[in-house]
Design a protein around this ligand. Structure first.
Ligand code: GLY
Length: 377
């Protein structure tokens, strides 16, 4: 028995989604040109600065489409992005821990799929940059660059450590995986709560490594659970298991996954934070749902079919609801695939919009259901 035989989705249903995704992405390629999309509030993606943390997701989506279909126009549209992003290192260099997102989805996937030597070089450069943000006393990777925040670490970084594991394999140099594992250990021991929920921000004393406090960040409060943060934790821990084979990370991913699944409302699409005191009328965050779905599929991939079934089934229900209730697959001109994404509710920015990372993880997760196995993260 394979996990596919346990699927609740028919091949016909999946093929129908896939045909629509292709038509939709083809149209977006035509409409969007060289834009660096981040947020689409009314059916038109913005054109964000290229060093912004989200700049890898559109080309990443195109690389997935290319790998799934073999079609050249996706590859052509994706090709120059790692170079464009690299150029920003030479200018102001405002990069931070999110170089993982940015270069895995551009340079590293390009290298993996085409053997491009510049892609490899750029990926390794980003891994070096990320490893350089490690605080060895606290065992964490520094998130952002504000001078007053040298001890700030955020759950999102769990997605970026994959570039360290990739570099370790590529170079045969364990220093990179030591950093990735040390960060993941700190998250397991000091960030993930016993019930499987996580805060967004953990503030360490950068001198002693002690935890000073937790901060709500993009979540409702320091003790709440921002749903996209839970998704980053699920997927990041599952990836850390994939690269290291250390079962503790898989167990951590499963613990956060159980919490996430138990918090889902009836339609399987997460609210922006699971612990807002009254969720009535609170916005959803489809990007948390699509990212978590892809992470759940990653967990299922590493388990015997029956044991992985709850993760796969939950992911399929989430993706079905996203497709049927929250997608624009039937609105061709609309730039953005998923509606109802929430960027940051506490600062009231980008609420109820399309977010390029939500779109990316949706396409990635559906591709996984169709057998895609060249995961970027
Ligand atoms: N990495 C920032 C966010 O998830 O919004």
């Amino acid at each position: 028995m394979t996990s596919k035989t346990l699927s609740i989705l028919s091949q016909e249903e999946l093929s129908g989604w896939w045909a629509k995704i292709q038509t939709k992405v083809d149209q977006m390629v035509k409409q969007m040109g060289d834009k660096s999309p981040h947020v689409s509030a009314a059916g038109v993606y913005d054109d964000m600065r290229v060093d912004w943390w989200t700049s890898g997701f559109w080309p990443g989506l195109l690389w997935v489409m290319h790998d799934m279909t073999g079609k050249q126009h996706y590859r052509d549209a994706a090709w120059s992005w790692d170079e464009r992003i690299e150029q920003c290192f030479l200018r102001e260099n405002r990069f931070h821990h999110d170089v993982g997102f940015q270069f895995l989805a551009t340079a590293v996937i390009k290298y993996k799929l085409t053997g491009d030597a510049d892609g490899k070089r750029r990926g390794l450069q980003a891994a070096n940059f990320l490893a350089g943000r490690f605080n060895p006393v606290g065992g964490f990777i520094r998130a952002w660059n504000q001078p007053e925040r040298p001890g700030w670490s955020i759950i999102d970084t769990m997605m970026n450590v994959s570039i360290l594991f990739w570099a370790a394999q590529e170079l045969g140099d364990a220093r990179f995986s030591h950093v990735g594992k040390a960060h993941a250990d700190t998250v397991m021991n000091k960030v993930i709560r016993p019930d499987g929920s996580v805060p967004h921000i953990t503030v360490f004393d950068p001198e002693t490594g002690d935890v000073l406090e937790y901060v709500g960040g993009q979540g409702y409060s320091p003790s709440s659970s921002w749903s996209r943060g839970q998704a980053w934790a699920i997927y990041g821990m599952a990836n850390t298991y994939k690269y290291t084979g250390d079962k503790r990370y898989l167990e951590a991913a499963r613990r956060v996954a159980h919490y996430f699944i138990s918090c889902l409302p009836e339609d399987y699409v997460s609210h922006w934070d699971f612990r807002v005191p009254d969720l009535t009328g609170e916005p959803r965050d489809t990007s948390a749902t699509s990212c978590a779905a892809s992470g759940l599929l990653e967990i299922a991939e590493h388990l015997p079919a029956e044991e992985g079934r709850i993760y796969r089934t939950a992911a399929e229900k989430m993706l079905r609801s996203l497709t049927e209730n929250y997608s624009t697959l039937d609105r061709l001109e609309y730039e953005g695939i998923l509606l109802a994404g929430t960027g940051s509710k506490p600062s009231n920015s980008n609420v109820n919009v399309s977010l390029i990372y939500g779109d990316y993880f949706y396409v990635e997760a559906v591709s996984k259901l169709l057998g895609w196995s060249h995961a970027i993260f």
